[in-house]
Design a protein around this ligand. Structure first.
Ligand code: AMP
Ligand code: MG
Length: 368
């Protein structure tokens, strides 16, 4: 950490905006990600420090992905279980040769369609990838993000960057630098503030070591988009009934995305959802709890006298994914005891939204 301050003080025109609990918060405009600040952050990565940075999905917590000591720091800072492997982030396809083995034609086709973007691919790994990254698996997860700050950071660092979401393990993933500050200031060297993320939830994880390719985690690239390019795509059966199955993607088995409040998801036709939530509001309030509602633009006006956040428009599910995690955190800021959330249709990015929401609820689901 000391070296970091030394570096900063040597540089004249830095825009270091603040320091919170010994973590440097550096603001970088995604439209101009070329300054000295970014080079410094890259240097911190090369020196084995942790740097949180924006991607188009959520904020990532980055470390040198080929340095086991640096990678271990990620697990410590987040409190992440050791058996939950990390995604390596690259900025150029040629770097893939360094970390992935047996890259097939179908992989090239998928990469050219979706990279850079919110799609993580599972490859057989090369020995250069430390076991700390893959949690001892013979495969490695790789993604090429499109966010200009992420791209420049990875290129400037000149190495694949291992980066899980930059939240404390179990908490909702961060979609602003402020979320990262709250979870990780004092535990990591640098947080790059590049504004709000666009997609708002994590990448799709697609296993291409099997046939047909299998979605292990729904995310920013939709099942429908993948089908268009790949033809046959399977959804890991473990996702259909996650409560009871052991998923192939180790991270899927852990408690995830949880605010401090408990969450109940109400699924079914819109009108019945509203009626059920109105009943639950009364029930919870009668037992002395403070309810809050995660509604949609179509329903928000039905809930009076309680904390209501509209996640967005049901007809534009990308507006809902973009706000889901920050809304969960905001309900905690409002000291809500129980969050009553409306489910949405599992089409397009709605599949990923419902995966995250059900997990946030610990599968506490009411079907109406
Ligand atoms: P996060 O970094 O928090 O977005 O989580 C990364 C996700 O990718 C977790 O769900 C991991 O289980 C999954 N993942 C990483 N590497 C692999 C791998 N080699 N095989 C299967 N899933 C993986
Ligand atoms: Mg995560």
């Amino acid at each position: 950490m000391f070296q970091c301050f030394e570096l900063l003080s040597q540089s004249g025109d830095l825009m270091m905006i603040k320091k919170v609990n010994n973590t440097l918060i550096i603001k970088i405009d995604p439209k101009k990600p070329d300054g000295e600040e970014l080079k410094l952050a890259a240097e911190m990565i090369r020196r084995g420090e942790l740097v949180a940075f924006p991607t188009e999905t959520v904020y990532g917590l980055g470390a040198d992905g080929l340095n086991p000591v640096a990678v271990r720091k990620i697990f410590k800072a987040k409190g992440r279980p050791q058996d939950n492997p990390l995604i390596l982030h690259i900025a150029e396809v040629k770097v893939l040769d360094m970390i992935a083995d047996n890259i097939q034609d179908k992989a090239l086709k998928i990469m050219s369609a979706f990279w850079p973007g919110p799609l993580t691919l599972i490859f057989n790994k090369k020995p250069s990838v430390p076991d700390e990254v893959t949690a001892g698996l013979s495969t490695v997860a790789v993604r090429m993000p499109s966010h200009p700050v992420a791209v420049k950071l990875i290129k400037a660092a000149g190495i694949p960057i291992a980066a899980p979401s930059a939240n404390l393990s179990g908490r909702p993933s961060p979609t602003t630098a402020e979320h990262v500050v709250r979870d990780l200031s004092g535990k990591i060297a640098v947080i790059i503030d590049g504004g709000s993320t666009e997609v708002g939830l994590e990448s799709t994880v697609l296993d291409i070591t099997c046939d047909p390719p299998t979605i292990l985690r729904p995310g920013g690239v939709t099942y429908e988009e993948l089908i268009d390019v790949v033809g046959d795509v399977r959804i890991d059966p473990a996702l259909e009934n996650e409560e009871n199955f052991v998923p192939k993607s180790p991270g899927q088995k852990y408690t995830h995305y949880s605010p401090k409040a408990s969450v109940v998801v109400v699924e079914g036709p819109m009108k019945q959802q509203v009626n059920q939530i109105l009943k639950l509001i009364k029930l919870k309030a009668d037992s002395g709890l403070k309810p809050g509602v995660l509604a949609t633009d179509q329903t928000k006006e039905f809930y009076n006298g309680v904390d209501v956040i509209s996640l967005g428009d049901r007809d534009m599910p990308y507006t809902i994914s973009a706000r889901l995690f920050s809304a969960l955190r905001e309900m905690d800021d409002r000291d809500v005891d129980v969050i009553l959330a409306e489910g949405i249709e599992e089409k397009g990015i709605g599949l990923a939204v419902m995966n995250r929401l059900r997990k946030a609820a610990g599968y506490n689901i009411i079907k109406v």
